[in-house]
Write a protein that binds this ligand. Structure first.
Ligand SMILES: Cc1cc2nc3c(=O)[nH]c(=O)nc-3n(C[C@H](O)[C@H](O)[C@H](O)COP(=O)(O)OP(=O)(O)OC[C@H]3O[C@@H](n4cnc5c(N)ncnc54)[C@H](O)[C@@H]3O)c2cc1C
Length: 375
């Protein structure tokens, strides 16, 4: 009955389903959760506030093709994301930028440091904190030490349970010092929030008569991978299978579990116009939680706190962040090798590929995979 089976209805699964269906393929989407949209899912809470159930998601991209593609399924709320760090009660903009410099140092010193930063790294650039720490200039190192100790170290340890040095440089590169006066967290050409929310956007992406979505359906209970063949409900399935869940789970953790970080969210409601001055405040030195999001800024209301901890694999935990290092990637590659024994199986997405993807990057990848399948 179906040409393709797609496991998961997040960005990866939904976009591939959409493209295959548009080309006339009959697509079955199996989703183990009770809703579509993966971790981008949003829903109205009991106060009528649109919250992001799995953490705040802000769309941003320089990829015009991805923006145009998604714009067929949503209008956008023009939102530029700004983040503050709470450093012992003082709120400063992050990424650390030239505005932050003037809040941390007295004017004469800040003037001198600004000139040095601009002449060394060029105005408009973003310098990873670990690179700044290797500078030969004592005053630049001094800035790096401030950022490292007050914005980076404890936050990173809360987030990752590891020191910054122990973490893959692709992760630490996401915490730069910005040599500009731009307080925006993202500087991409296109940024915003789906006007009616992510879930509505995913409903539109999946609204095709060629797509059948089965919610509350764990693919593991229906699909069997054995001896290079794929079976769906006991019958051999020879079409394409796109798997966007965990690669280790797919093969019953036969080589052991891939390590992840998981998150705890605490949602609270306050009857006040604003709880904090910007959408997100990171708690970089003191509190146990990593950040508080006031969704009101992003979507129109609400606050939550976010705690990070090690993922243990228990049923009530969600694997959020792959912990990228040599050892874990070697383990992942063993699962990828197993998957390669099934010619029609593709692993796509943040879980299946064991890597961090922003929304735009996974949408771009999904568009590319769909094109390859159709070719
Ligand atoms: C806390 C947090 C905040 C983020 N914020 C941003 C942001 O601001 N901007 C941004 O661009 N990106 C952000 N991201 C990244 C974004 O969440 C990902 O790019 C996106 O969710 C990846 O989509 P995906 O389809 O690969 O995975 P997912 O969204 O995880 O979708 C996978 C789907 O597969 C389903 N599934 C898994 N196994 C099975 C199975 N066995 N059977 C059936 N279904 C299954 C899952 O239930 C899930 O719905 C953030 C990520 C996190 C963790």
């Amino acid at each position: 009955m179906f040409d393709s089976i797609i496991v998961g209805s997040g960005c990866a699964g939904a976009v591939i389903a959409n493209r295959l269906a548009a080309a006339g393929k009959k697509v079955l989407v199996l989703e183990k959760r009770s809703h579509i949209g993966g971790n981008c899912y949003d829903e109205y809470d009991e106060n009528g506030i649109l919250i992001h159930t799995y953490g705040p998601h802000i769309f941003h991209t320089n990829n015009g093709q991805v923006y145009e593609y998604l714009s067929q399924y949503t209008k956008w709320f023009d939102y530029s994301h700004e983040v503050l760090a709470n450093v012992y009660g003082t709120l400063i903009p992050v990424p650390f930028n030239l505005n932050t410099l003037y809040m941390v140092y007295e004017k004469e010193k800040a003037d001198r440091l600004k000139d040095k930063l601009i002449s060394t790294y060029k105005e408009g650039s973003k310098v990873p904190i670990l690179e700044l720490m290797n500078s030969d200039d004592e005053e630049i190192k001094d800035i790096a030490d401030y950022v490292y100790n007050n914005i980076f170290l404890k936050y990173t340890m809360k987030q990752w349970g590891q020191k910054p040095e122990e973490i893959d440089s692709s992760v630490t590169a996401r915490v730069p010092v910005s040599i500009s006066y731009d307080n925006r967290y993202f500087t991409d050409k296109y940024q915003g929030m789906p006007l009616d929310g992510y879930t509505k956007m995913f409903e539109n992406i999946l609204a095709d008569n060629n797509i059948t979505v089965k919610l509350n359906t764990d693919a593991k209970e229906h699909i069997l991978f054995e001896g290079g063949k794929v079976y769906y409900n006991g019958t051999e399935f020879t079409g394409d299978v796109i798997f966007t869940g965990q690669a280790d789970e797919l093969f019953d953790y036969c080589y052991g579990r891939l390590p992840y970080r998981t998150l705890d969210f605490v949602f609270e409601n306050y009857k006040t116009e604003h709880f904090q001055p910007k959408g997100v405040v990171n708690y970089t030195v003191s509190e146990d939680y990593t950040r508080i999001t006031e969704f009101k800024y992003l979507t129109n209301q609400k606050d939550d706190s976010q705690y990070s901890k090690a993922y243990t694999g228990s049923d009530d935990e969600i694997p959020y962040y792959a912990i990228i290092n040599e050892e874990n990637l070697a383990l992942y590659n063993r699962y990828a090798d197993l998957a390669a024994k099934y010619p029609k199986l593709k692993l796509v997405g943040r879980l299946a590929e064991y890597k961090y993807y922003n929304i735009d990057a996974i949408v771009a990848k999904a568009l590319q995979v769909a094109e390859e399948i159709l070719a």
